[in-house]
Design a protein around this ligand. Structure first.
Ligand SMILES: N[C@@H](CCC(=O)N[C@@H](CS)C(=O)NCC(=O)O)C(=O)O
Length: 216
């Protein structure tokens, strides 16, 4: 398998953690988002949306795209260890938590949004940073509200890591490593993040530990 990604990309992080939890190996190809390489025709032939990640399967065929869809594919094709609960209600809760991060929070801080704020709206850096911090924390606070529910355990849902934890960790990494946000208002999310980071699959994929991060 071949994973197109980028060291800083939180969507790539999600897929890398899911692959690692399931014990699957991939070859990684870096698409430098800071240099705009996602817009090169060669890459747009792989992913017409010009975003990472994309996953090429060993059997070939059309690349998989969208981190949540890729995680769902991995879960369906390699069910153990599971990253979704068995019961439909639990699955709905985990997917809901995952989507607060992946569908509501993270899209507002991607390079294309940041470029638009900077180049088209010409917002100064302090206002752009306020945007990034605000929307990242809003998603974390929304997740925190749900973490008061009885289903929360050692992890977001029960005592083993799920897709919700994977997406939560990406969101926390954005808040702490990138935007230096004050995360004191989301203590349960942070407690779960620390728990996840004790697991190799979560900590080894951390963006700041990737080779590309060393150059920045
Ligand atoms: N919802 C997508 C998000 C994909 C996405 O926006 N990826 C970012 C990196 S985390 C990207 O490639 N952005 C390129 C750009 O915004 O120009 C997913 O979860 O895969």
């Amino acid at each position: 398998m071949k994973l197109y990604g980028f060291w800083r990309s939180l969507a790539t992080y999600r897929v890398k953690v899911a692959l690692a939890l399931k014990g699957m190996k991939v070859d990684e190809v870096s698409i430098d988002l800071l240099k705009g390489m996602q817009h090169q025709p060669d890459y747009k032939a792989v992913n017409p949306q010009a975003v990472v990640p994309s996953l090429i399967l060993d059997e070939g065929g059309t690349p998989l795209f969208q981190s949540v869809a890729i995680m769902e594919y991995l879960e369906e094709t390699r069910p153990q260890p599971a990253i979704l609960p068995k019961d439909p209600r639990g699955r709905a809760r985990v997917r809901g938590l995952a989507l607060i991060a992946a569908a509501d929070g993270h899209p507002l801080v991607t390079p294309r949004i940041r470029n638009y704020l900077e180049k088209t709206l010409q917002l100064p850096e302090d206002k752009r940073n306020a945007w990034l911090m605000h929307w990242t924390l809003e998603a974390l606070k929304a997740i925190e509200g749900h973490l008061e529910e009885k289903e929360t355990g050692k992890f977001c849902h029960g005592d083993s890591p799920t897709m919700a934890d994977i997406c939560l960790c990406g969101q926390v990494i954005g808040a702490t490593a990138y935007f230096k946000a004050d995360v004191s208002s989301v203590p349960v999310a942070m407690r779960i993040y620390e728990e996840c980071m004790k697991i190799d699959a979560f900590s080894r994929a951390h963006p700041m530990k990737q080779p590309g991060a060393q150059a920045h």
